[in-house]
Design a protein around this ligand. Structure first.
Ligand code: ZN
Ligand code: ZN
Length: 133
């Protein structure tokens, strides 16, 4: 299993939540906002896993907001999902590069981008793509 370690692109603080485990690994903590409510959202840091945990019920197909739990910055990216055209949400990888996920509930689009082409995650990602061809 490959796990990603992310930080906020705005304040640079870690978004990992060591007290919380999903898929037996440290969860990523963000603040989810939907219909005027907000609640913590835990995401699995295992790459390729879509496991999440939150108290806030966002209906499938609806777009939620994602904020940094520390500086409250909106994590919205400038990029749009090429599957459903919702706004993507961006996190910085601690190793360099970014991971982006779609803000629409139920859309599984996500992108990994690397600064260092020799990164072992990229090697993993390529073999992961190959396995699904
Ligand atoms: Zn932040
Ligand atoms: Zn999407």
């Amino acid at each position: 299993m490959v796990r990603v370690s992310v930080k906020c692109p705005h304040c640079g603080k870690s978004m990992m939540e060591p007290k919380k485990k999903l898929d037996n690994t440290t969860a990523i903590l963000v603040h989810l906002t939907y219909a005027g409510k907000n609640s913590p959202l835990h995401l699995s840091s295992a790459y390729g896993s879509y496991k999440t945990e939150t108290e806030l019920g966002v209906p499938i197909g609806k777009i939620a907001g994602f904020r940094c739990p520390r500086c409250k910055a909106d994590l919205k990216s400038t990029r749009k999902c090429d599957v459903c055209s919702a706004q993507m949400v961006a996190f910085d990888l601690k190793e360099g590069g970014q991971v982006q996920i779609c803000s629409r509930r139920g859309c599984k689009k996500h992108i990994l981008e690397f600064q260092n082409p020799d990164n072992e995650l990229e090697a993993f990602y390529k073999s992961y793509l190959k396995a699904f061809k």
